[in-house]
Design a binder for this molecule. Structure first.
Ligand code: FJH
Ligand code: FE
Length: 302
């Protein structure tokens, strides 16, 4: 079957997001509004207390993957946790989650990625759910100088246990200099490669550099990736692929629905704290508020 071709290269330029945070956004940026079913792909580098204090989500899943340091999260039900380097959290926001996501207080510099995966209209109001995997429990494959962490989907005959409501692959490849690999992707899926370190050559022709996203044609079933023999470092990249939903997207920030009426209903639910946005009795934000206060004390600009 045919190789997919590179349709577009998107450069992830730094921009402000959250409170004091900086992200490199590729999917969801001006030059690539969406890549159905994906809404955003952000690379974050920063340090406590800059992050994403209490905010809501409805209608999609977020995938947080830590490359360095640690990230704390805490939601309105009181559920909290810490993601460390190599850990992944696949969070189905479904009908509603309100949470904070802040770098670990004593974690030093933090580096990670977050992907937003849209949900089908029929799945938008599902109960929220977390699937968290520690680095050591993420299945891995290795072959001829290429290793892969299979966060979702399948590679090198290794399957991820993570269930995705929207069919998707999330693969973290490391390719040594002079090595190469060809990955299968289902026909008709959207797919892209984001380079987090080094440079990769695609289909023996196109060089893609760090902080760049290569977007592939929907036709074809294979993506070939290699690291030049002359390269001084391994290339590290994330392959993201998913089955397009082909449904309308009506989005306002962290609320992603399929029509205006459902969006209006979502504003109302959020304002009234109902239908997924209710806070547990006695719930009080801890991490988000502490980070905001600390920023105030340090007197930094928002
Ligand atoms: C105020 N509070 C605006 C606010 C916006 C948000 C947002 C964030 C991430 C993210 C990116 C990379 C990561 C490590 C793991 C998370 C993202 C990561 C994408 C939007 C709209 C919150 C509070 C706010 O969260 O965790 O790598 N990206 C899209 N914005 C917010 O979450 C104003 C006062
Ligand atoms: Fe969030």
């Amino acid at each position: 079957m045919a190789l997919k071709s590179v349709d577009q290269i998107v450069v992830g330029n730094e921009q402000s997001e959250g409170v004091g945070a900086r992200v490199r956004r590729t999917i969801g940026s001006y030059s690539l509004r969406r890549l159905d079913p994906f809404l955003f792909l952000d690379e974050f580098k920063g340090e406590w207390p800059n992050g994403f204090p209490d905010h809501p989500h409805r209608g999609f899943e977020t995938v947080s993957y830590l490359l360095k340091g640690a990230f704390q999260h805490e939601d309105f039900t009181g559920a909290a946790g810490l993601l460390e380097a190599g850990d992944v959290q696949w969070m189905t926001a479904g009908r509603g989650i309100v949470h904070s996501e802040i770098p670990g207080k004593n974690a030093g510099p933090v580096w990670g990625l977050q992907l937003w995966v849209n949900l089908k209209a029929k799945d938008k109001m599902v109960e929220p759910r977390y699937q968290e995997k520690k680095a050591k429990n993420i299945p891995r494959g290795e072959k001829d100088g290429v290793s892969v962490a299979v966060i979702a989907g399948e590679s090198m005959g290794v399957k991820s246990p993570v269930q995705t409501l929207t069919p998707a692959y999330y693969l973290d490849f490391t390719i040594e200099p002079g090595c190469s690999f060809t990955q299968d992707v289902p026909q008709g899926w959207n797919s892209s490669l984001y380079v987090v370190q080094g440079s990769v050559t695609i289909n023996s022709a196109k060089k893609v550099n760090v902080h760049e996203l290569a977007v592939f044609s929907i036709d074809g079933t294979k993506i070939s990736m290699s690291n030049a023999a002359t390269s001084s470092e391994p290339v590290k990249l994330i392959l993201i692929a998913g089955q397009p939903l082909n449904e309308p997207v009506v989005q306002h920030g962290p609320f992603v629905l399929t029509n205006e009426e459902d969006l209006m209903k979502t504003f109302d639910d959020y304002q009234k704290g109902k239908n997924g946005f209710e806070k547990a009795p006695g719930w009080k934000s801890k991490q988000g508020t502490e980070a905001l206060k600390a920023r105030g004390k340090q007197g930094r600009d928002l």
